[in-house]
Write a protein of this length. Structure first.
Ligand code: 6PG
Length: 249
């Protein structure tokens, strides 16, 4: 596993423009290869301005949207119009402009009471688009991840059961500290990705980020993201990077 690239940005604006241009570049490559560009989006607040930028007229002509398939990294077990819903945030930020064909957004139906079935069906949707070889993990072209102050990523929280899921592609996960369930892509799928970009902002994450990137391994879920055949980058807004040994451009 090569050491992850760490890029520190002075302000969220610069960070999201860098992430958006990586998205554009990878989308262009996949279009040239005549392959679908498959991306998984995290929820939370940091990526929202990125999704707004990608869904804006600025990027309308820069990306061949009919070739793009968007998936969710994780979802809260709430209705899709709930204020807590990651889908609702992504829909409002990126989908309402209509750039992406409706059938190219693959929503996690995490509101379903039969969470196991919902997880299995989402895995089938991943399989239909990514078409892995039998026995292979589905290989997403790009995954945008966030990191919480506790070092969680996706909906893989410290001590939660889904961290130990190494067979299923998608799993329900009970998050004790939130007293709620989530659906999440599992570590094997995240680690099968060709490209992972962490988007991290906020001074409240500085100490955890220092431990994740410079401390002993294996203490935080975010440290378990180590694609065997993929590239990981950390795009960090400067306040979250302030405790790192050296700022890296
Ligand atoms: C979620 C996200 C989660 C998020 C982190 C960081 O459903 O909440 O997928 O993993 O990425 O909590 O969130 P922020 O970027 O908003 O701090």
């Amino acid at each position: 596993m090569t050491k992850p690239e760490i890029r520190v940005f002075d302000g969220l604006e610069h960070l999201i423009w860098a992430a958006a241009s990586d998205f554009e570049q990878l989308a262009r490559i996949r279009a040239i290869e005549k392959m679908p560009f498959t991306v998984a989006l995290s929820g939370g607040s940091t990526p929202k301005p990125l999704y707004e930028l990608l869904g804006s007229s600025t990027f309308a002509g820069r990306v061949r949207w009919p070739n793009v398939h968007l998936f969710q990294v994780d979802e809260r077990c709430v209705p899709p119009d709930d204020a807590q819903s990651n889908y609702r945030m992504i829909r409002q930020a990126m989908l309402e402009t209509g750039l992406l064909p409706k059938e190219n957004f693959h929503r996690m139906a995490a509101e379903r009471p039969d969470r196991e079935n919902a997880a299995r069906e989402y895995a089938q949707e991943l399989a239909q688009v990514l078409r892995p070889e039998p026995g292979e993990w589905p290989r997403l072209d790009l995954v945008f991840l966030g990191m919480g102050p506790d070092g969680h990523t996706a909906s893989l929280f410290p001590g939660s059961q889904a961290l130990d899921e190494h067979t299923e592609w998608v799993a329900p996960n009970y998050v004790a500290k939130l007293e709620s369930f989530r659906l999440t892509l599992t570590l094997p799928v995240l680690n099968a990705a060709a490209r992972v970009i962490f988007l991290v902002s906020g001074v409240d994450k500085a100490e955890t980020l220092r431990q994740v990137l410079e401390g002993p391994a294996g203490h935080f879920p975010a440290q378990l993201i180590q694609p065997a055949h993929g590239r990981v980058s950390w795009f960090v807004e400067e306040s979250a990077a302030q405790l790192l040994k050296k700022s890296r451009g």
